[in-house]
Design a protein around this ligand. Structure first.
Ligand code: GLA
Length: 387
């Protein structure tokens, strides 16, 4: 891939002399959904697919961007003096947001850059193509200008830019999973204090299969921010009678005791999901450590039911994929992954059942929804690097 992007870089910008090549992965979350802005646990891993980038410093303050995924847009120009979110700037709002966020942190970017990207994460699929672009941009700035920012801080800067430049109130999971990824490991992260632990994923002959619904999802326009607000309101209602900091502080039993403090029924369901999903994630990691893959899969299935019935972020496409998956012999667990409202599902499937899985889930989906789903058997990869 390095040769491909450097060759294209030379074609687009005249020469690739002095250009450097980088990579940041995408991510998939195995369990712990919509818990990361509720002080709960998540369990994502980085993938071997992601965003490739070539970058080179300029003498002036100009920024030039080119994406091989959006070739028809050509070179998009901007400048370090114009780091402002603009609708018409399209995908370049992500790298520009990170440059802006570096500035907010006191890192002064001394000169402009020519940047070229080529991603192999299906975009809008819920595998964090945007967080991958954010982290690769942060990594480029760090390497080109020697800022010495840690990978964990690259994650926080990426999230800060997404929240404050691009207006999506996302949690820390995606950027953290990408910046801190470790081959063959998932990251058990406590979002309350960012303490984390790597857990080797030994699936004993099973594979991680991503089913992509091909229903596009724009986080900004979705109900993501609305869910977050519902949880915040529910928390403040509980806090009137109990000293907790986040919904992640509650056990299921404690929640059942205080839940009537939440006035609205829908809001109560949202908070229930946040509490139960967090506890499920803790149990799932224990199950994995005890080599109980069957229990891990069962908890994944329960996670989906909770996201469908209580959090209400699945929708017909994701439900069709998951419910079809549950019927296939050799499926250990299956659930939606990421924000929901379209995007992907993640399934743990015994190796010998993978072909049958793709065939039957694919057929059921096409018949019910009217267009095809895509399937990817993925591997767990590492965090960002220079190529
Ligand atoms: C999106 C957000 C994450 C997280 C998930 C849901 O991917 O970016 O922070 O909230 O949704 O678990």
């Amino acid at each position: 891939m390095k040769e491909i992007i450097l060759k294209k870089f030379a074609e687009v910008y005249g020469s690739a002399e002095g250009a450097r090549a980088f990579f940041a992965p995408g991510r998939v979350n195995l369990i712990g959904e919509h818990t990361d802005y509720n002080g709960g646990h998540v369990f994502p891993c980085a993938l071997t697919i992601g965003t490739y980038a070539a970058a080179k410093k300029r003498e002036d303050r100009k920024l030039r961007f080119f994406s091989m995924n959006f070739e028809h847009l050509g070179v998009i120009e901007s400048s370090l003096d114009d780091l402002v979110q603009r609708r018409e700037a399209g995908w370049t709002n992500y790298p520009k947001g990170v440059m802006w966020a570096f500035g907010e942190r006191g890192y002064e970017i001394p000169c402009g850059m020519d940047i070229l990207l080529n991603g192999n994460i299906p975009n809008g699929s819920g595998l964090s193509s945007s967080a991958s672009v954010e982290v690769v941009t942060g990594y480029i700035l760090n390497e080109l200008f020697g800022f010495g920012v840690s990978n964990q801080d690259l994650a926080l800067i990426g999230q800060f830019s997404e929240n404050n430049f691009n207006g999506v109130n996302c949690g820390i999971m995606d950027q953290f999973a990408i910046a801190m990824g470790k081959k063959d490991n998932a990251i058990f992260l406590d979002t309350a204090d960012l303490s984390y632990e790597y857990a080797p994923i030994k699936l004993e002959g099973a594979k991680i299969v991503i089913s992509c619904s091909n229903k596009k999802r724009g986080l900004g326009s979705s109900k993501y921010n609305e869910r977050r607000e519902e949880c915040e309101t529910a928390l403040s209602e509980i806090q009137q009678g109990m000293g907790i900091n986040t919904l992640g502080d509650l056990t299921e039993k404690q929640f059942e005791e205080v839940k009537m403090a939440i006035k609205d029924e829908d809001r109560r369901k949202r908070a229930k999901h946040a509490v139960y999903e967090n506890q499920r994630t803790i149990k799932a990691v224990e199950a994995l450590k005890a080599n109980d893959i069957a229990l891990f899969g069962k908890l994944m299935n329960e996670s989906h039911v909770s996201l469908r019935d209580d959090y209400e972020v699945t929708g017909e496409e994701l439900d069709t994929l998951v419910e079809a998956a549950w019927k296939v012999d050799g499926v250990i667990g299956s659930r939606m992954t990421g924000a929901g409202f379209g995007g992907c599902t993640v399934s743990i499937v015994r190796e010998e059942a993978v072909d049958e899985f793709i065939r039957t889930v694919g057929e059921t989906y096409k018949a019910a929804i009217g267009y095809a789903a895509d399937f990817y058997v993925v591997e767990i990869g590492s965090g960002p690097c220079e190529l």
